[in-house]
Design a binder for this molecule. Sequence first.
Ligand SMILES: CC(C)(COP(=O)(O)OP(=O)(O)OC[C@H]1O[C@@H](n2cnc3c(N)ncnc32)[C@H](O)[C@@H]1OP(=O)(O)O)[C@@H](O)C(=O)NCCC(=O)NCCS
Length: 187
Amino acid sequence: MLNHKGTKKIETERLILRKFTIDDADDMYNNWANDDLVTKYLTWPTHSSVEISKKVLGYITESYKEEDIYSWAIFDKKVSEVIGTIGVVDKDDNHEYCTMGYCIGQQYWGKGITTEALKVVIEFLFKEVGYERIQAFFHSINIASGKVMEKAGMKYEGKLRHYQKDNKGNFVDCDFYGIVKKDYFII
Ligand SMILES: CC(C)(COP(=O)(O)OP(=O)(O)OC[C@H]1O[C@@H](n2cnc3c(N)ncnc32)[C@H](O)[C@@H]1OP(=O)(O)O)[C@@H](O)C(=O)NCCC(=O)NCCS
């Protein structure tokens, strides 16, 4: 039985994970959403203007009315800006599993930031919300994303061929990782 808590604020050593506000539009646009390299392996297209970021944030902030929405802004304490996002992109409450997604700005890559965020979100989703399984997947050539999953304690489960279309409409193979409650509580 799940115990939804909504996008609760979570603090780590370097980060604050919190709800987005409309005022985060400039950070979203400037730090990651306007960058073709960030969106290269994602399903959504690069934002062509800050107006698009505002619109997206409008949908996200509206969605917080529901208590089962998990969509965090990743706020970097040192630079005092929102540098990316992490959240549940899909879920099945009947079978008590959810799928994670994340991205951060290019200048922050390779510093362990997404791993730090994913670890604490997994902890929250297991301990506080009570999911049985947390999964994530990436376009098979997006190796860095798989590394994040591995470093956060997820196990490789296999490749699903032509599982998604990328943002240019091409079918791509995806590698799946997952972690189940019993793995988590013995880590
Ligand atoms: C994927 C992404 C989230 C990783 O974030 P990050 O904060 O840089 O991740 P971390 O620093 O925690 O870990 C990345 C790991 O991948 C490794 N890595 C990076 N590029 C790599 C490559 N081409 N081949 C192998 N390993 C690679 C890094 O060395 C690091 O591992 P290490 O700590 O063992 O050295 C970030 O690159 C991103 O936002 N990309 C664009 C959006 C995206 O692809 N999101 C995921 C969709 S599934």
